[in-house]
Write a protein that binds this ligand. Sequence first.
Ligand code: RB5
Length: 149
Amino acid sequence: MADTVAVAADHGGYDLKCVLLPELRALGFDVLDLGTESREPVDYPDFAAAVARSIEEGRARWGVLICGTGIGMSMAANRHRGVRAALVHDGLTARLGRQHNDANVLVLGGRVLGPELAKDCLKIFFATPFEGGRHARRVAKFSPAKASA
Ligand code: RB5
């Protein structure tokens, strides 16, 4: 079964969300589009929370969040347990966010990145595995303990 990616944007990220949805589908992911659906102003924390909840509830393995700069979305998303959101600007931060930080949410700035650079970030992020090792120890130091059964 294909992994599901939950995607959401505010009005500052709406145009880029429209560009990235088909890219994600072409990469073979199931996409859960959680809005927004226009350039009408909305509040980015509501959309960060929707993606975070879908991950925490197991409806999605990954997330993509887009606002104007990516800053608000990354701040809001990282308040949620189970989310490791990486604000990514280029191929290097996309790769290292996965290799070193095991990011499960890619955050992009719709007013910062052009569509081709954003597509590159998306592809690199989802093609790059976590390196584990010393990075796993560091990630564990800021990760909430899993509830025991
Ligand atoms: C909305 O105008 C803008 O503040 C938002 O998209 C984002 O950039 C916040 O960090």
